[in-house]
Design a binder for this molecule. Structure first.
Ligand SMILES: [Zn+2]
Length: 281
């Protein structure tokens, strides 16, 4: 039986960072967003194989992705399940059956396909990773203003961002219930504030050993990521950090007052499974 740990989340929820961090644990290896990575390897093999993997090699020469790339280039995959099958087969032959591959594809569609692919014989476990709505809203506003020069009032942007946060996390929650895959809610804040407790709970859910001495420096990760944020090369971002911008801001207060569902979302998605234990003394 194949095994796969899948990170489902909204964009900018720390999934790339988590995927690199699992590479410092003894039994897990992060492979980045497998769905998009394998699609790129099929659609533009030359360009993708020349890009850089987080292990330091090019994708073509990477110890892991090199063999996946050559099989995909031979046209051995016709759809998503075929692509995942190649990824899982190559993972097992490279690392053996005790190691666990971690996928940060984020979106719900691969979960739906993998859960219904009965002939794949896969033990699929999903982490639903979410940020506190105050962090998510404040960071969305800052990104909109910096990258797009948006001039709209902060309260309006906050309501829009909170609405999207509720809607998209709700979609992930419904997908996990409907597909009946094993899942685990993890808050980004729990991970920052009590790493050992939250990550230990994650490892227990994943069926992997947890090393409490695990390094938090993602530059030491053994993961193989070649798309997504180029975080590993940006030393200032290369650590797990609590985002406290909302402490000194007020935009998030608009949804906090006008959209009471955000509090329920925080309780359900952010401060939950591991949260109960993460903040206990
Ligand atoms: Zn690599």
């Amino acid at each position: 039986m194949f095994r796969l740990l899948y990170i489902a989340s909204l964009p900018h929820s720390g999934s790339t960072l988590l995927n690199l961090l699992v590479g410092n644990s003894p039994q897990m290896i992060g492979l980045g967003g497998i769905d998009r990575a394998t699609t790129m390897l099929v659609e533009s093999p030359e360009k993708t194989q020349a890009s850089q993997c987080s292990c330091g090699s090019s994708v073509r020469d990477c110890r892991y992705w090199g063999s996946v790339a050559s099989r995909l280039a031979k046209g051995q995959a016709t759809g998503r399940i075929d692509r995942y099958r190649i990824v899982l087969e190559e993972f097992e032959s490279t690392y053996g059956p005790t190691m666990l591959p971690v996928d940060s594809s984020k979106i719900k569609e691969p979960i739906i396909d993998l859960a219904s692919a009965k002939d794949l014989d896969l033990d699929l476990r999903v982490i639903h990773l979410a940020k506190d709505f105050r962090t998510a809203v404040t960071s969305t506003i800052d990104t909109k203003r910096r990258k797009k020069g948006t001039k709209s009032p902060g309260g309006y942007l906050a309501l829009k961002a909170a609405h999207k946060w509720l809607r998209e996390n709700g979609k992930l929650e419904r997908c996990l219930k409907q597909t009946e895959v094993a899942h685990f809610n993890l808050g980004y804040e729990e991970l920052c504030l009590n790493f050992n407790r939250a990550f230990g709970a994650l490892c227990e859910f994943a069926g992997a050993d947890h090393d409490p001495e695990q390094s938090l420096r993602i530059s030491e990760s053994t993961s193989h990521l070649f798309i997504g944020n180029r975080m590993r090369n940006q030393s200032e971002k290369a650590e797990l950090r609590y985002d406290h911008r909302w402490f000194s801001r007020r935009e998030w207060m608009a949804p906090a007052v006008l959209m009471p569902l955000v509090h329920r979302g925080n309780a359900k998605w952010v401060y939950t499974d591991s949260g109960a234990s993460a903040f206990k003394s």
